[in-house]
Design a binder for this molecule. Structure first.
Ligand code: MRU
Length: 359
């Protein structure tokens, strides 16, 4: 573990230190108060870090999975076994499995062509770095497309944007997804207020989005998730911007639990509900929203057991889905690095993402 310089928000990087190759992560469970890097020198440490959300958010999970396979190759470990463990660490964000598969395919190709362990390791790392670079590039393009779309959806005045969970630099090789768009709106002088849902139970909004908003000098206000309804009713929300963990071929959006109620509220109050995600989050193999596997997490996250602030009687049964699914009909637009689809239809999404409709 190493303390970080505050100016240096390195979310994930490949490290080559005294302990050999490692995947270095900014430990998001310690934020906002402690900025500390975790060096994963073994794939098992990285898998655990993914499970407990030291690194989290769909795009960066793809990067972590890719570097994880490169780590296994560099350490001379069982690459196939490591890839399976990494891909299974969390089920909903499609980027994790796709990042793993992308680097694993390179390893297999090099091996099949007669390459030795050194060549496999070099090829795997180069591919992981390329994925990392592409993600940074995608986030710049999403920010530009999203900012332009918001000019049309909310014309003529500085806007009040509500967001849920955390979708900024912490989830990406670049500026992020939805929060990257908010950043672009802010830099254009058009952000009046960023409303930040605290995002129960793990508080990604309260701990991480506020941290990023403060670093970027945005005007922001934190609210309890269940205060969103009265905020809409008071006419205080001009647009909702969220990210996604997996988008089905029909345009259904899996994102942090609590997203779907916001989409319902937005529709009721006539407010645009915009999803921002790279094309790697669109999964043509998942036909409709009902096919998305929603991760169920430990009930202790809700009751606070283990953290010293238990709020429910011992033995209380808990329902703790990490995500929910918003049907495409409630989504005003999906913004990717290739542009936006609005309204959200399967053919338009497929065309934008260059995905064949029938597989
Ligand atoms: O459980 P988490 O914190 O990994 O969930 C993250 C989210 O739901 C984000 O909104 C999503 O990954 C989009 S970030 C681009």
């Amino acid at each position: 573990m190493a303390a970080l310089d505050r100016t240096d928000l390195l979310v994930i990087r490949w490290a080559q230190g005294e302990d050999g190759p490692a995947v270095a992560l900014l430990d998001q469970t310690q934020l906002p108060h402690v900025e500390q890097e975790l060096h994963c020198t073994e794939v098992s440490v990285l898998v655990e870090a993914i499970r407990v959300l030291r690194v989290r958010g769909a795009p960066v999970l793809g990067i972590a999975g890719a570097y994880g396979v490169a780590l296994a190759a560099a350490r001379g470990a069982d690459v196939e076994g490591a890839a399976s463990q990494l891909a299974a660490a969390r089920p909903t964000a499609v980027n994790l499995a796709s990042g793993v598969t992308r680097v694993l395919s390179v390893c297999r190709r090099i091996r099949a062509a007669g390459g030795g362990p050194e060549e496999v390791a070099q090829g795997a790392l180069a591919e992981a770095r390329e994925l990392h670079r592409e993600d940074a590039e995608a986030s710049e393009a999403m920010a530009a497309h999203g900012c332009a779309l918001l000019r049309e959806l909310v014309p003529g005045r500085a806007m009040r944007i509500l967001t849920h969970c955390n979708t900024g630099r912490l989830v990406s090789g670049g500026r992020g997804t939805a929060l990257a768009v908010v950043g672009a709106v802010h830099r254009a002088g058009r952000l009046h207020m960023l409303w930040v849902d605290e995002t129960r139970p793990l508080l990604q909004g309260a701990r991480l989005t506020t941290y990023e908003a403060a670093r970027e000098g945005m005007p922001y206000t934190l609210l309890a998730d269940n205060a969103a309804g009265s905020l809409f009713a008071a006419g205080e929300v001009d647009a909702v911007l969220v990210g996604a963990d997996r988008i089905a071929a029909d345009g259904a959006v899996a994102n942090k639990v609590g997203t779907y109620p916001l989409a319902v509220l937005a529709r009721h109050h006539g407010v645009p509900f915009v999803v921002v995600a790279p094309r790697t989050t669109v999964d043509p193999a998942t036909r409709v929203g009902a096919d998305i596997v929603v991760e169920q997490r430990d009930g202790a996250e809700v009751t606070g057991e283990g953290s010293g602030t238990s709020t429910a009687p011992q033995g209380t049964r808990v329902h703790n889905p990490a995500f929910d699914v918003t049907p495409p009909g409630l989504v005003t637009a999906i913004v990717t690095e290739a542009g936006a689809v609005s309204p959200v239809t399967a053919p338009d999404l497929a065309e934008l993402c260059s995905i064949p409709l029938e597989r």
